[in-house]
Design a protein around this ligand. Structure first.
Ligand code: SF4
Length: 258
């Protein structure tokens, strides 16, 4: 039940389940969550909880902190695979996201050219040309879609008004295979309603979307940390393996985190 907030702008490097030695960048408030979704499994807790501050670090703050940290890593010779935009919410809602990506590419190219840049996004803002283009510039453009069914997305992710799966799929297709699809599978109950995006019906509909958008990779996983509610649980490893097998049959790389 207790959830977790990143308390620094730059954190790590940490050993990530999915990304190797990863230096995290948190564009959102260091003492609160800032997201346009409200996923029932979010490790940062509920969006908009009282006491949270919404002051965002500036583009300049982020550039200075990142450059300083990367210089330290270079001097120490510490292993680093990835610079990852994740943290207390949705990175693309930072008003300076485009400039921050530009700076990060510049600093990376100068100091650690072999390190990749990843953004974990809920894909809700792909219809904005500047966001679409910025995500298209980085190495690992990791976009969330937890279900092909609106009613399930509304239940699990609680997206903002105006969000539509159709728009997300359309945006993904425009990347022409240069993105990674990430899906979290979860089971349980929320507000008296059964939650299970790993059912046969759900997976069949979701696989249809995977077939259409043809990502370079699919990352599937399940809850691994505390969640805001205690009525949801992990999906079994066997089920994740079965889903992974279906993705491989499409000729798409898959990474499973249990
Ligand atoms: S999109 Fe990510 S940060 Fe936002 S509520 Fe969902 S899990 Fe949390």
């Amino acid at each position: 039940m207790p959830t977790f907030l990143f308390d620094e702008i730059i954190f790590g490097p940490v050993k990530s389940r999915r990304l190797g030695a990863s230096l995290g960048i948190n564009l959102l408030p260091v003492s609160g969550k800032f997201c346009n979704f409200n996923c029932i499994y979010c490790e940062c807790g509920w969006s908009g909880e009282s006491g949270q501050t919404t002051r965002l670090p500036s583009r300049e703050d982020i550039r200075i902190h990142l450059e300083k940290k990367l210089r330290e890593i270079v001097v120490e010779g510490a292993p680093l695979d990835m610079i990852t935009f994740a943290g207390n919410g949705e990175p693309t809602i930072h008003p300076e996201f485009t400039g921050i990506i530009e700076d990060t590419i510049d600093v990376r190219n100068r100091l650690v050219p072999s390190v990749k840049i990843a953004v974990l996004s809920n894909a809700s803002r792909l219809s904005r040309p500047e966001i679409f283009e910025s995500l298209g510039r980085i190495d690992k453009n990791i976009l969330k879609l937890d279900s092909a069914l609106e009613k399930t997305v509304n239940l699990i992710n609680q997206p903002p008004a105006g969000y539509s799966i159709e728009n997300v799929v359309e945006g993904m297709m425009r990347y022409k295979g240069r993105f990674i699809l990430q899906t979290l599978f979860v089971k349980g109950e929320f507000g008296g309603v059964v939650v299970d995006n790993s059912s046969d019906e759900e997976v069949a509909a979701w696989l249809e979307i995977v077939k259409n958008v043809m990502p370079e990779m699919v990352m599937i996983y399940t809850i691994a940390r505390d969640t805001p509610i205690d009525t949801i649980r992990k999906v079994e490893p066997e089920k994740l393996d079965t889903i992974a097998g279906e993705i491989r049959k499409l000729g798409i790389l898959v990474q499973v985190s249990y």
